[in-house]
Design a protein around this ligand. Sequence first.
Ligand code: NI
Length: 172
Amino acid sequence: MSKIYPIVKYGDAVLARPAATVTEFATPELRQLLEDMFDSMYAANGVGLAAPQIGIGRRIAVVDCAPREGPPERMVLINPEIIHAEGKQTEEEGCLSLPGFRESVTRAMQVTVRAQDAEGNWFERTGEELLARAFLHETDHLNGRLFITHLSSLKRELIKKKIKKLRQDGEW
Ligand code: NI
């Protein structure tokens, strides 16, 4: 049985602070959390989810960028670090914690991440395009950063203003 967590939205402090390093691996609790994170991500139609987005300030993210009609490509990233990034891509990006907002964001085209799996084994994985973007976006989350930090201050302030209005109207 897995639990579908509600997604924490922009404005919650857990999204704005660096998450804590994971030191215990291969525990039933960690395995359950990973299952819950995948199921919460799929339920929200996301391609990536970081633990702070379900209110848990630990350095854990899950990613699945495979087309939904095909087999899943589940990736677990614990304590991830970006160790290489090259090239450039500019695409629209969104975030489950900023529902309704999508903006063009320039990111590296090819990214190598170093992370631990549920057993604590370190591995490296290189991704391009959407997967590269997901590695950067999710690692940002674990450092307390949302994609709007990559926008111009003008665009960012506009989004913040809209969210403030939504909050006043009880819609955020
Ligand atoms: Ni996000």
